[in-house]
Design a protein around this ligand. Structure first.
Ligand code: ATP
Ligand code: MG
Length: 383
């Protein structure tokens, strides 16, 4: 046997290049997002005239191309700015990586060449350093900074609206916030809202035909010629259109269907692989969630599994009793179980339903599992 990697890389594959089907890949074209990107550009064009653009907020459900469009607009602006006598910087910040105001401002300072530690200074010191960059005209030219705050909800929920306050009150800074929720502004206090005065751009979910166009572009880059059966892209698009028009999910389906073709040693991707891909993705998602849950929550799930398998109607009282048996003395309070139930419901693993027992008997919460019991059992016993 030769080197194991040589053998593996020699295996036949339907892929010529997997990268274009990766989420992080930034395609050269973004079909069906021309209007949204043009809208961003209409505000940002001010920067080319040496004027700080308005703040902009992008809303839309997951996988509607918000991140891709913002990065696309950034690259276009950078290119347009090359031939102009202006000094523009567009900095992309993913708020899942930088979750506090301190971290974001420190990161911006570092990217603008300031030596700021990741922790240890007071917030005031970091903010002052940041503002001084603009006051001192540090680059000999007026700097216009556009900060893209992607997944801004996470930062606002965790650390409040201080970041928006600081950025809106710094001269020559414009914010592009990206949010999954239309109501994310509930995290923003009125005094900050009044300085934000942002323009809003909505990213609607993609329809099946639009998803098909997106997939076609990527499939051409990723798969060898003639490896796709005609029904594959329509199937992936239709399934993803049902999942709220999520392009990321459509791409996942297509990539996984290709991987299944390789597993099956098939030189063609068949429609039936897309259905298998759907199950595989669902399976992985649930397994990932369950294995990363805290132990006590896993025990709650174990209790739910037991009760479900015995065919009983599950009330929170019954769940708590079974949970105590499962955890053999090392258990949390009844109140905490309610928090767990809420969290598991938000993750989509269980659902609750309040029913009335009839007059004078009050209302009861009935809990049911929303994932496959075999899958749950397999996962819980593998931990
Ligand atoms: N119009 C499009 N053309 C080509 N690819 C697209 C388009 N819209 C989205 N995609 C691709 O779909 C995937 C998801 O898009 P993106 O990450 O921009 O979604 P998002 O709206 O930011 O989602 P989330 O809210 O989950 O962050 C990416 O791989 C992106 O390249
Ligand atoms: Mg995104």
């Amino acid at each position: 046997m030769g080197n194991i990697f040589d053998n593996l890389s020699g295996e036949e594959s339907v892929f010529k290049d997997k990268t274009p089907l990766d989420h992080r890949f930034l395609p050269e074209k973004l079909p069906h997002r021309r209007d949204q990107i043009t809208n961003i550009a209409k505000y940002w064009i001010e920067a080319l005239n040496n004027v700080t653009p308005s703040d902009v907020t992008i809303y839309g459900k997951t996988g509607t191309g918000k991140t891709a469009a913002a990065k696309f607009a950034r690259d276009q602006l950078n290119e347009a700015a090359k031939n102009k006598d202006v000094f523009i910087k567009v900095e992309y910040i993913r708020c899942t990586d930088y979750t506090t105001e301190y971290q974001v401002i420190a990161q911006l300072c570092q990217r603008l060449g300031r030596d700021v530690p990741n922790r240890g200074w007071t917030k005031g010191e970091v903010v002052n350093t940041f503002r001084n960059i603009f006051k001192q005209n540090a680059f000999g030219k007026k700097l216009i900074l556009i900060v893209i705050l992607d997944e801004v909800d996470i930062l606002l929920e965790k650390d409040g609206d201080g970041i928006l306050y600081t950025l809106t009150r710094t001269e020559n800074v414009s914010i592009l916030s990206i949010s999954n929720y239309v109501d994310f502004k509930k995290f923003i206090k009125p005094r900050v809202m009044s300085s934000l005065r942002d323009k809003e751009i909505v990213f609607p979910p993609y329809g099946a035909d639009q998803l098909a166009d997106i997939l076609k572009e990527r499939a051409n880059l990723s798969f060898k010629e003639d490896s796709l059966k005609d029904d594959v892209i329509p199937l992936c698009s239709a399934m993803a259109a049902k999942e709220e028009g999520d392009a990321r999910y459509a791409l996942d389906l297509l990539r996984t269907a290709g991987e299944i073709a390789d597993d099956e040693d098939s030189d063609k991707i068949l429609g039936e692989y897309v259905r298998t891909a759907k199950d595989r993705i669902e399976h992985n998602k649930i397994t990932d969630i369950i294995i990363t849950l805290p132990t006590q929550q896993q025990r709650v799930l174990e209790a739910l599994l037991k009760l479900t398998q015995s065919g009983e109607e599950i009330t929170s009282g019954k769940l708590y009793d079974t949970y105590k048996e499962v955890s053999k003395g090392d258990s949390v309070t009844y109140r905490r179980i309610f928090d767990f139930i809420n969290e598991l419901e938000m993750l989509g693993i269980i659902s609750t339903n309040t029913i009335s027992r009839g007059r004078g008997k009050g209302r009861t919460n009935i809990i049911s599992l929303q994932c496959d019991t075999d899958l749950l059992q397999e996962t819980l016993y593998s931990i």
